[in-house]
Design a protein around this ligand. Structure first.
Ligand code: FAD
Length: 505
């Protein structure tokens, strides 16, 4: 028995980060005598965006015991199989970053090396033909994966698009049902221990005080505890990631309709996202304020809408980077308070999930062992820096002409990323770093998509007879095509499985 167990946790902030944390802590700490309280203020809006996710969120939902169809209905959600990049390499170019693997390795040799050989010999089919989520995405299809590893359908990986506000509301109901206490009010002041500087409590505007042993800062960009109170410091990555603004809008369903992809379209000074939900499309322009004015960014976004706007534009300022420590004293920052990487690869909600998982794995007692806090920070920083490099790759490897894109192409990039690109460009070799969220297939999709074509392939694949390789590859792509074609359309699947009353066909 720990002599000094944590008895009270206070989560400050009730956006996606706050309610994901509350729901997970309620599930895991429930029986251990730990009281979880969340304080949020109706007077301070949540960021109001953050609607595209990546596959690990399905595990988060399973751990919470969430019924997927009910969750999708409640959040008016749709399914996501890939990110579609338009105009990134150059205007008119398109590629997918799909979830899941490309092909099957042959006798421990990587599939993509066989594909590179075919490419160098001039007979390769598009690489998407060897990935089921990409094939289904190109056909506008969706179905749930098979649990039988012998079936091609078992290789289907997916994530969700959902309404950010409804997601927080859904998790709130889930968390409150499991014992989380919600307090409404704006935190006006924070109290600290005179000697240690540990946070001891917060006082709300009305005078109510809330005390706890462990504090989770989910106050978004305000970073009320981790920065305003503890002055933790920030590492700025603006020299690699030029974008510092976004303007977000929602519009009526239109254009290509309910596609099972998040679309990211490159523009003169940034990129525009398109996230289709059951009843509307979420969209926004992420841009560099040095290269375009707010007014012109809004005009560009309005010109790209698929339907009539249904809300006023929401301008958001941000600074790419991370807190110097994500866990400082007895405060753990989760969500936007911990730092921010732009939403190009939909990684922020995942980083919330990863923060919660690590907090549970290193759950402290009142001694707050510095060794464990240091490990939390080491792992989080390692992971976020790998994601940062993956995002930089998209911007750096481009052949566009505008000054914004030219500057990104010519900038000096982090040395680890440069080494990865050089190695891949030479002969398609890749080695996944420990703790990299993005596995080899993701790097392959984006490196090839951004025009980093290896000059050679692994010489070991040349030992195989060409006819054998051709037959294997043709069989595989035919099987994937056949499986993709047999799936229902994304719209039909949603209509049958999880349609909300507002679902628009
Ligand atoms: P917020 O939503 O800002 O919530 C902060 C909370 O703190 C609010 O409840 C507020 O009331 C409360 N609060 C603040 N101060 C006080 C106070 N003094 N007293 C009491 N309460 C207080 N992520 C993805 O994974 N996918 C995406 O597609 C994606 N798109 C994005 C697009 C943009 C343009 C941006 C900026 C972000 C995007 N993100 C995305 C990130 C995602 O939006 C966030 O990670 C997520 O919403 C979590 O936000 P949060 O809960 O940390 O902060």
């Amino acid at each position: 028995m720990t002599p000094n167990p944590i008895r009270k946790v206070l989560i400050v902030g009730g956006g996606t980060a706050g309610w994901m944390t509350a729901a997970a802590l309620a599930k895991v700490l429930d029986a251990k005598g730990v009281a979880v309280t969340l304080v949020e203020s109706d007077a301070i809006a949540t960021v109001g965006v953050g609607e595209a996710t990546i596959p690990p969120i399905t595990t988060f939902n399973q751990i919470l015991g969430i019924d997927e169809a009910e969750f999708m209905r409640a959040t008016k959600g749709s399914f996501k199989l890939a990110i579609e990049f338009r105009d990134w390499l150059r205007p008119g170019h398109r590629y997918l970053h799909p979830f899941g693997n490309f092909g099957l390795d042959i006798e421990a040799l990587k599939f993509h090396q066989f594909w590179l050989r075919a490419h160098h010999e001039g007979w390769a089919a598009p690489i998407d033909d060897f990935n089921l989520p990409a094939t289904a995405a190109n056909l506008g299809k969706f179905a749930l994966p098979s649990k039988d590893p012998g079936q091609v359908m078992s290789s289907l990986k997916y994530a969700f698009h959902f309404d950010a506000g409804l997601y927080a509301r859904y998790l709130r109901a889930h968390a409150e049902k499991r014992g989380v206490t919600r307090v409404e009010g704006k935190v006006a002041s924070v109290q600290q221990h005179g000697e240690t500087g540990f946070v001891t409590g917060v006082t709300l505007e009305g005078g109510q005080g809330l005390e706890a042993d462990l504090f989770v800062d989910c106050t978004g960009f305000r970073a009320l505890l981790i920065e305003q109170t503890l002055k933790t410091g920030f590492e700025d990555w603006g020299h690699w990631l030029a974008n510092d603004r976004a303007v977000a809008l929602q519009c009526e369903m239109g254009g290509d309709g309910l596609t099972p992809v998040t679309r990211a379209t490159a523009h003169e000074a940034g990129w525009i996202w398109r996230i289709p939900l059951q009843h509307r499309i979420g969209t926004g322009y992420v841009y560099s304020s040095k290269h375009i004015s707010d007014e012109d960014a809004l005009k560009t976004l309005q010109g790209a809408l698929d339907g009539k706007p249904t809300q006023d534009p929401n301008f958001i300022k941000f600074r790419p980077g991370r807190r110097k420590q994500i866990w400082n004293k007895n405060v753990v920052a989760i969500g936007l308070s911990s730092g921010f990487l732009e939403p190009l690869e939909s990684t922020s909600i995942h980083m919330i999930q990863a923060g919660i998982t690590k907090l549970l794995a290193l759950f402290p007692d009142k001694g707050f062992d510095p060794v464990e806090i240091a490990e939390y920070n080491r792992l989080t920083i390692l992971q976020v820096e790998l994601i940062r490099d993956f995002i930089i790759l998209h911007f750096h490897a481009n052949r566009r002409d505008e000054p914004y894109w030219k500057a990104l192409r010519e900038m000096e990039i982090p040395p680890d990323l440069k080494r990865k690109i050089d190695l891949f460009r030479a002969s398609g070799r890749l080695f996944q770093s420990d703790y990299d969220l993005f596995a080899e297939p993701s790097w392959i999709a984006v490196l090839l998509g951004q025009g980093v074509m290896p000059q050679r392939h692994d010489p070991l694949v040349d030992q195989y007879d060409e006819a054998f390789v051709r037959t294997q590859m043709a069989r595989l792509s035919a099987l994937i095509q056949q499986t993709g074609r047999a799936m229902p359309s994304h719209e039909d699947f949603i209509a049958r499985y999880c349609a909300a009353p507002e679902f628009v066909r």
